[in-house]
Design a protein around this ligand. Structure first.
Ligand code: FMN
Length: 185
């Protein structure tokens, strides 16, 4: 990855105390110096409506235009998300839908690393699997290995929100390394 490159993080949970927000911050701290990292919020964008998705006419909601512009600055993405009802949380999918449209989609062709944390036993595997056809249709470059599947998240972070599980940290580091390598090709 060249200098001044930037990775953008999206979190699938908006709640205070989100384990996935903690995970995203932990992943951000593992990105080497010299590569920017920013977590971009999408909590102000409306439910997708194609009638309001008119790129040429400034008819897109301002929050969506801001979101797309922020994503356009990214060389790569990290998505950390819980699994809701065996799938992608609706709010995150909605944000992806807004970002996905048009030849100028800021998602197109970009490397993306997916990871997730749950208090349950299955580590968000079904959410991550649900993302695969989305990445395929958007012509993104998913960095699939190693899989970051954090089960029983309540045992892997301390009271200050720091990831304390060394094995998990090393898996995330490898994933970040692979994401950065994917930016070079
Ligand atoms: C609407 C909803 C659906 C959920 N569905 C699942 C699920 O399918 N699988 C799972 O492991 N956990 C499920 N959970 C539990 C979440 O994984 C758990 O609350 C997790 O901590 C949420 O992530 P966060 O800490 O980043 O907010 C669900 C939670 C909510 C609120």
């Amino acid at each position: 990855m060249e200098k001044n490159r930037k990775i953008i993080g999206l979190c699938g949970s908006l709640r205070k105390g989100s384990y996935n927000a903690m995970l995203l911050k932990a992943a951000g701290r593992l990105i080497p110096e010299g590569i920017g990292f920013e977590i971009v919020s999408y909590d102000d964008i409306p439910v997708y409506n194609a009638d309001n998705d008119l790129p040429e006419s400034e008819e897109r909601p301002a929050s969506v235009t801001r979101f797309r512009a922020a994503l356009a600055n990214a060389d790569a993405f990290i998505i950390a998300s819980p699994e809701y009802n065996y799938s992608i949380p609706g709010g995150l999918k909605n944000a992806i839908d807004w970002a996905s449209r048009g030849k100028d989609s800021p998602l197109m062709h970009k490397p993306v690393a997916i990871m997730g944390a749950t208090q349950g036993m299955w580590g968000t595997v079904r959410m991550q699997t649900a993302f695969l056809p989305v990445f395929t249709f958007l012509n993104m470059n998913p960095v699939l290995q190693p899989e970051v599947l954090i089960a029983q998240a309540q045992n892997k972070f301390d009271a200050d929100g720091n990831l304390t599980d060394e094995k998990t940290i090393s898996i995330i580091q490898k994933k970040i390394d692979n994401l950065i390598s994917a930016c070079r090709v």
